[in-house]
Each structure stands twice: as structure tokens, then as C-alpha cells.
Ligand binder design. Structure first.
Ligand SMILES: NC(=O)c1ccc[n+]([C@@H]2O[C@H](COP(=O)([O-])OP(=O)(O)OC[C@H]3O[C@@H](n4cnc5c(N)ncnc54)[C@H](O)[C@@H]3O)[C@@H](O)[C@H]2O)c1
Length: 270
């Protein structure tokens, strides 16, 4: 189903790694809804991963950029402005990485070099990306920027470890930059707090399958899929959400407002 609500819009989707990536669903949906897009990932992921074949499938360009490097982000934004022949309308930041989680370091035994890298890739990069766009006037008036987050920024899920701290920072940057970008170009900046999804990044969390099932049973509507998230991102990029900014919006089937469900309580009677 398509209503072409992004017809005439142009945007960049960062974080397409493989078919399971949330960003891949969003890229496909944006195209389906009539947008012109560029997809991006770290140069190594572009060179050795599936990104190019995915781009070929939906006929969009790929531009490599390490989100921690300002020079890469400047090149990405310059190339995008050239390709779109002017400023673009939306950006998705769908990027996260933690070597402490990958290497199974407990939260009480963090490697701090890894932690700084986690914060840089998963949160500070959002500021870098916004600052580059801001200084280059690269986002059109009333543009929309979205980054993806998880409720562990506010409530503790032990296995989510330092990524919880990265997500808190990411949400803070969204609010802080949202004020400045609204004043300059009416650009809106939001984070979407999504249900768990089985992806490369998600799957790195210890016990992910049990965690996914728990979340599904604690969500009155069940876990939201990445396809549904893609539809919501499209809504956020469209002109139907022009006055939503500096928000963290839950797209989680009701999980964030639920204390207990019959499904979960029944497991204690087994
Ligand atoms: N999967 C979940 O359960 C879930 C839930 C809520 C939020 N999120 C968030 O959604 C976003 C996308 O994650 P995903 O689950 O689709 O996993 P994913 O592994 O497919 O995506 C993460 C992306 O980050 C990219 N990346 C890592 N380091 C980078 C760098 N230096 N420069 C550029 N790109 C880099 C990876 O290549 C990858 O494409 C993340 O922010 C994640 O925290 C995921």
C-alpha cells in the first residue's frame, strides 16, 4: 500500500547494513512512498557488505561515511546536496555499535576505550551529523530528522549495558539540537523509541530471543515490527507531522505504558 506521501521529498538513510537492518526497511518504504533517497554506511560495510546489492535492488546511490569522522560526514552531505540539486528534506540516523556488548564485557567491567567509541558512534555522531548539516544549510525548511533509540535510556535492562547511556545522550542531543534547528530552518528533530527487532545490532544483546519474547508479551499490541517502524518514519518525514519536534516517541505496541499483562502474569502460574 502506498499513498506517495513523500513525493517530491529527498533524504539520506544512514545505517543500511543488510536485509535485517531497520534502515533497509525504511529505505524501501521511503522509495515506495515517492521519495528520492541516498543510503549510507561506514566505508568498510559498503565495501564488504550487502549494501551495494540492496542499493541496486531499489536503484539508489550509496555513499560511504564513517559517522564518527567529520570529513566523511562533510563529503556525504556535499555529495547529497549535489545529487539532489539542493538541500534535502529528511535524514534517518540508524546507527549504533558497542564493542563492550560485542565482546560481552559486563556493565561493571567496561573497557573505557570501547565505551568512548560506543558513545561516539551511537550518540555523538548524531550531533556531528546535525552540525555538519546545520553549518552547510543542507536541510530544507521544515525538514525532518529522526534517530532510533530504545527505552533502556530511561528504564534499566541489564543486558543493554552501556548502550543505555548512549541512547540517553542521543535523546538529549535530539532535544538540544531541535531547539537550534527549529529557530534556524524550522527543521524538526525527534527520536523514535522502538520495540526490539532481530537485527545485527539487536542480536548482539545477550539473551536477545528471551528478551524479545518478554517484550512481546508485555506489549498490549505485541512488539512493533521494523516494517511498521518504516511506515512511522515515513509519517515523521512527511508534511503531516510538521509541529512534532524535540520528542522521544514510543513505537512499541504500548510496552512503555504497561506495568503488567495477563500473558506475563500467567507465566508465574505454570
Ligand atoms: N534492533 C533493535 O532491537 C533496536 C531497537 C530499538 C532501537 N534500535 C536502534 O536502531 C538502529 C539501527 O540498528 P539495527 O537494529 O537496524 O541494527 P544494524 O546492525 O542493522 O544497524 C546498525 C548500523 O550501524 C552502522 N554503523 C556502525 N558503526 C558505524 C560507523 N562508524 N559509521 C557508520 N555506520 C556505522 C552499522 O554498519 C549498521 O548498519 C540503532 O540505533 C539501534 O540502536 C534497534
Amino acid at each position: 500500500m502506498s499513498s506517495k506521501i513523500l513525493k517530491g521529498k529527498k533524504g539520506i538513510i544512514l545505517g543500511v547494513l543488510n536485509e535485517n537492518s531497520i534502515a533497509w526497511e525504511v529505505a524501501k518504504k521511503c522509495k515506495q512512498e515517492g521519495a528520492k533517497i541516498i543510503i549510507s554506511n561506514a566505508p568498510l560495510a559498503v565495501r564488504f557488505g550487502e549494501v551495494k546489492s540492496l542499493a541496486k535492488e531499489i536503484k539508489v546511490p550509496v555513499i560511504g561515511a564513517d559517522v564518527t569522522k567529520i570529513e566523511d560526514l562533510e563529503l556525504l552531505v556535499d555529495k547529497a546536496v549535489k545529487y539532489f540539486k539542493g538541500p534535502f528534506d529528511f535524514v534517518l540516523h540508524s546507527v549504533a555499535m558497542s564493542n563492550n556488548i560485542r565482546k560481552k564485557h559486563d556493565y561493571t567491567e567496561l573497557n573505557y576505550e570501547y565505551m568512548l567509541k560506543t558513545l561516539d558512534v551511537s550518540a555523538v555522531s548524531f550531533h556531528k551529523l546535525l552540525q555538519v548539516c546545520f553549518q552547510k544549510n543542507a536541510i530544507a525548511d521544515w525538514g525532518s530528522v529522526v534517530a532510533l533509540t530504545y527505552i533502556a535510556s530511561k528504564r534499566i535492562f541489564p543486558q543493554y549495558s552501556e548502550m543505555a547511556d548512549a541512547k540517553s545522550l542521543l535523546e538529549g542531543i535530539s532535544r538540544s539540537f531541535g531547539l537550534h534547528y527549529a529557530a534556524k530552518n524550522k527543521v524538526r528533530i525527534n527520536t523514535i523509541s522502538q520495540s526490539p527487532v532481530k537485527t545485527t545490532a539487536g542480536g548482539a544483546i545477550a539473551g536477545f530471543d528471551d528478551f524479545w519474547n518478554y517484550s512481546d508479551q508485555m506489549s498490549p499490541l505485541g512488539n512493533a515490527s521494523s516494517k511498521d517502524l518504516a511506515s512511522f518514519c515515513v509519517t515523521m518525514f512527511s508534511d503531516y507531522t510538521r509541529y512534532i519536534t524535540m520528542q522521544n516517541i514510543y513505537h512499541d505496541g504500548g510496552f512503555s505504558s504497561t506495568g503488567l499483562t495477563d500473558k506475563v502474569i500467567s507465566t508465574f502460574n505454570e
